[in-house]
Design a protein around this ligand. Structure first.
Ligand code: 5U1
Length: 708
C-alpha cells in the first residue's frame, strides 16, 4: 500500500506514478516529501516491507535535497536528508543522562538453572509464597552491540548518546541519524520528551559485506583502512566516527528495549502498565523491537525461552550473547527497585561465548588419509562455545595466508554450535615483530615425500601414498571404521602403535596379527586382544559395498561404494571398468570415475586388494545384476518438471533400480528426457537436440523395462 501523499512531488524528470495535488509552497512540498520519506524508511528498514522501489525512494530523496538547497531555511533536524552524514567533529560532546543508563546484572550460570535462580530471587524479594501464581516476565534477546539512548523532543530526534559510565555519555547524534531504522521523528501522540534506550548493532551479512569492501580498499592501497574483528567492534567503530560521512557507509541497525527520560503521558494519550505494553507502543511509534520478545510465566517460561533462543541463536542474522529477563509489571519493577546501578527486576542470562581471544603457539601441518596437508593452528587452550579449544584448522595455505595467521599472533577464535572452531581474524595490534608469514612446506612433514599442489586445487598433498605412515595410519583407521570393515577395538591409539612399531605396514597385515603381537601394545589386556582378533575374524565376512568403501578411494564415499557394488555386482568388473563404464553408475561423475579408474590402474593398489582377499576377506559376489542384464542398462534419463505420477526422487530410484543412469543435465548422450509440468530449460534443450521427451505415461512404460 502506498503512502497517501507520496507521489505529489517528483523532480520534473521523474515518472508521475500517481497523480496527487502538488502543494503550492516550497515549505508544504518539503513537508510532504519528508512525510513520504519517513514513511518509506520505516517500511524498508524496520518493517522489512518496502512499498516502493529503491529508485523511487532515491527520486523523492533527491527532490527534497534540491528543495532544501534552494531554500536552506526549510532544512529541519528531522529531515531524511540528514541521514547521509557529512558533519566532521573534533571530539564528541559529553552528554549528561537525565535518567542514568543502568547496566544489567549478569547471571553467570549459563545453564537453565540460571533462569530458575532469577525467578527464585524475584519471588523472594516480592515475598511470594510457593502457592502464589507465577511471576510474569518479558524475555528478550541480549544483542551484542552497544547501548544507545535516543532523545526525542516534541517528536523530533534531537540527541543520541552512548552509555559512557551510565551518568555521562558521548553525543553521537550525527552518526545515529544515518541508521535507517531509527525514526527521526515520531507520531503526534508521542510524549513531548521521550528517551528510547536500546542497542545499536551490525548484522552479520552487513559485517561480511563491510569487511569485503575494506579488504578491497586495503588491496587497492587505500591508507588507514582495516578490517574489523567482529560485528560488535565494527558497530562500535562506526558509532564513534568523528566523520559522520564514514559512519553512513557502515550499515548499522537498532533494537529498542527500554525507556529513559519521559514526560507524563498526555490525557487520552497512550498508557501502559507493563514493560511488554510499553515495547508494543514503541513499535507503533516506529522503533524496531525484536520479534522474539515474549511474555512468559515463571521459571519454566524463562527456561523454555533460554533453550529456544539457544537453538535459534546461530540462525539469527545478528549476534546475541544471551537473553534478558525482566519483570513485566511496572508496579512490581518499582517495588523491586535497584542495587547500585542495576535494577533488581532484570537479569542477563548469558550463553557461552562463541568468540574468544587466544594465541597461536604453533602452526602444525597434518597429513590426511588422501595425503592432504592441512595447516592447523595450535592454540593456547581457550574455553569457547562451551568447549576447550586447542586446535583450529586453517584449511590450506591460501586460507592461512588470506587470514595471515602467524605463530605468536593473538587471534579471535569462534566456535558456534557444532561447527568446528575457526580462527576468525588476527589482532594485528598484538602481533609480535618477529612473526613471519606462514608458508606451506615443500615436503611431507611425516615421510619427507614431495608435497605438491595440483593445478586448480587449493590443497597441497603428500605424494608418498601408503609409503607415508600418516596416510597409512589413516587408511587403517578408515578401513576399520564401523561403516567400512567394522573392526571393533581397532582405535586410533592402537593403530598408531601398530604402525609405529612396524607390526602393520599394509591393510592385510592386520589379518596376520597374533595375540602375542598385541600383548606388547600399551593398555592392551588379554581380553581386549582376544576381542580384537575376533573382530578381525568377523570382519572377513563382508559386503562388496563395505569393502570398496574401506579401500579409501578418493571421492568414493559410502553411498558411491554401495552404488558401484549394486551396479557391477563383482569387484573384478569394477577393477577393469573403463571411465565410461564407471560413468554409467548413478552419481558417478567424471572426477569420481577418474579417481576409481586411476586407483585400480595402480599395481600396488591391486596388490592390496589381492592380499586382503588372500587373507580371507569375502563377500557375496554377483548378488547384484550385472549392468548388461538390467533392462535399462546403458540408458541415460534426465528428469525435469513436476511429474504427476510420482516425485522425482522416486522416479530416479525406480529408474536406477532398472539399471538406467539418471543424469542432471541434457546432452547428446541423453536417451530420454522425462518432462513433467513446468519443465524449463532442460525440455528446451532436449527439443533442440532432438532427444525423445516422455510424459508420465512414457515414464510408466519405461519403468516396465520397455524402451518407448
Ligand atoms: N534486551 C535488552 N538488552 N538490555 C541491556 N534489554 C536490556 N536492558 C538493559 C541492558 C543493559 O538494561 C536495563 C535492564 C536497564
Amino acid at each position: 500500500m502506498s503512502h497517501p501523499d507520496l507521489f505529489g512531488d517528483l523532480p520534473s524528470d521523474g515518472p508521475a506514478t500517481q497523480a496527487a495535488a502538488q502543494p503550492e509552497s516550497p515549505a508544504a512540498r518539503a513537508a510532504q516529501l519528508r512525510d513520504s520519506l519517513h514513511h518509506h524508511a520505516h517500511a524498508y528498514y524496520t518493517l522489512d516491507a518496502p512499498e516502493v522501489p529503491d529508485a523511487e525512494y532515491d527520486r523523492l530523496f533527491r527532490a527534497l535535497q534540491a528543495l532544501e538547497s534552494a531554500h536552506p531555511e526549510l532544512l529541519t533536524p528531522d529531515s531524511p536528508t540528514q541521514r547521509v552524514g557529512g558533519q566532521v567533529l573534533d571530539a564528541f560532546a559529553a552528554v549528561q543522562h537525565r535518567v542514568p543508563m543502568l547496566s544489567i546484572r549478569t547471571e553467570t550460570d549459563t545453564e537453565a538453572s540460571g533462569a530458575e535462580a532469577f525467578d527464585t530471587r524475584i519471588r523472594k524479594e516480592l515475598g511470594l509464597a510457593a502457592s502464589e501464581p507465577a511471576v510474569q516476565y518479558v524475555a528478550e534477546l541480549k544483542f551484542d552491540g552497544l547501548a544507545m539512548s535516543l532523545r526525542y523532543e516534541n517528536g523530533v530526534l534531537v540527541q543520541a548518546a552512548t552509555r559512557g559510565d551510565g551518568e555521562t555519555g558521548e553525543e553521537v547524534t550525527a552518526n545515529i541519524r544515518t541508521i535507517g531504522q531509527i525514526p527521526l521523528r515520531l507520531p503526534l501522540d508521542a510524549p513531548a520528551v521521550l528517551e528510547v534506550r536500546g542497542e545499536v548493532y551490525m548484522r552479520r551479512d552487513d559485517f561480511e559485506a563491510l569487511n569485503a569492501r575494506q579488504r578491497q580498499r586495503i588491496a587497492a592501497g587505500t591508507k588507514g583502512e582495516k578490517t574489523f574483528v567482529n560485528p560488535r567492534n565494527a558497530a562500535a567503530g562506526a558509532v564513534r566516527q568523528l566523520d559522520s560521512g564514514i559512519a553512513a557507509e557502515r550499515p548499522l541497525s537498532f533494537f529498542a528495549y527500554g525507556l529513559g527520560d519521559i514526560t507524563q503521558a498526555t490525557e487520552g494519550g497512550p498508557q501502559w502498565t507493563t514493560h511488554f505494553e510499553m515495547l508494543q507502543q514503541l513499535k507503533v511509534w516506529g522503533f524496531p523491537v525484536a520479534e522474539q520478545t515474549s511474555c512468559v510465566n515463571g521459571s519454566a517460561g524463562l527456561v523454555a525461552f533460554h533453550q529456544r533462543m539457544a537453538a535459534e541463536r546461530d540462525a539469527l542474522p545478528y549476534d546475541i550473547d544471551g537473553v534478558v529477563y525482566k519483570v513485566n509489571d511496572l508496579a512490581l519493577q518499582a517495588r523491586l527497585g535497584f542495587v547500585t546501578r542495576e535494577p533488581r527486576w532484570a537479569v542477563a542470562h548469558k550463553y557461552p561465548a562463541q568468540e574468544e581471544m587466544t594465541t597461536v603457539q604453533a602452526i602444525d601441518v597434518q597429513v590426511g588419509r588422501t595425503g592432504k596437508l592441512t595447516p592447523v593452528a595450535k592454540l593456547a587452550p581457550v574455553f569457547v562455545g562451551g568447549v576447550t579449544v586447542t586446535n583450529a584448522t586453517l584449511h590450506n595455505e591460501l586460507e592461512a595466508r588470506r587470514k595471515d595467521v602467524r605463530v605468536g599472533d593473538t587471534v579471535i577464535v569462534r566456535r558456534a554450535g557444532d561447527v568446528i572452531p575457526e580462527v576468525v581474524s588476527v589482532v594485528l595490534d598484538k602481533r609480535p615483530p618477529e612473526a613471519v608469514p606462514f608458508t606451506m612446506m615443500t615436503h611431507c612433514p611425516v615421510c619427507g615425500s614431495l608435497a605438491e599442489r595440483e593445478e586448480g586445487e587449493a590443497d597441497h598433498r603428500c605424494t608418498g601414498g601408503l609409503f607415508c605412515s600418516a596416510q597409512r595410519k589413516q587408511a587403517i583407521w578408515h578401513f576399520a571404521h564401523r561403516r567400512a570393515m567394522d573392526i571393533e577395538g581397532l582405535g586410533d591409539k592402537l593403530v598408531d602403535q601398530l604402525v609405529d612399531s612396524g607390526q602393520v605396514h599394509t591393510l592385510a597385515d592386520l589379518y596376520r596379527l597374533q595375540q602375542a603381537d598385541l600383548a606388547n601394545m600399551d593398555r592392551m589386556a588379554d581380553k581386549s586382544a582376544v576381542n580384537l582378533l575376533e573382530a578381525l575374524e568377523k570382519s572377513k565376512q563382508t559386503t562388496l559395498g563395505r569393502f570398496l568403501f574401506s579401500l579409501g578411494i578418493r571421492h568414493v564415499g559410502e553411498a558411491t561404494a554401495k552404488e558401484l557394488a549394486r551396479h557391477f555386482g563383482q569387484l573384478d568388473a569394477i577393477m577393469v571398468a573403463s571411465e565410461d563404464a564407471l560413468l554409467q553408475v548413478a552419481d558417478v561423475g567424471p572426477v569420481v570415475a577418474h579417481s576409481i579408474h586411476t586407483f585400480f590402474a595402480q599395481a600396488h593398489n591391486r596388490d592390496v586388494v589381492q592380499a586382503l582377499r588372500d587373507a580371507g576377506i569375502t563377500w557375496a559376489e554377483g548378488d547384484a545384476l550385472a549392468p548388461t542384464d538390467m533392462p535399462l542398462a546403458g540408458i541415460t534419463v534426465v528428469l525435469t518438471g513436476t511429474l504427476q505420477s510420482m516425485g522425482r526422487d522416486e522416479a530416479k530410484e525406480k529408474l536406477e533400480a532398472l539399471g538406467a543412469k539418471v543424469a542432471g543435465s541434457v546432452s547428446k548422450k541423453t536417451h530420454y528426457v522425462v518432462a513433467g509440468a513446468e519443465a524449463g530449460s532442460k525440455l528446451d534443450k532436449a527439443q533442440a537436440l532432438g532427444v525423445p521427451v516422455l510424459d508420465d505415461a512414457g515414464l510408466a512404460l519405461l519403468l516396465t523395462g520397455e524402451k518407448p
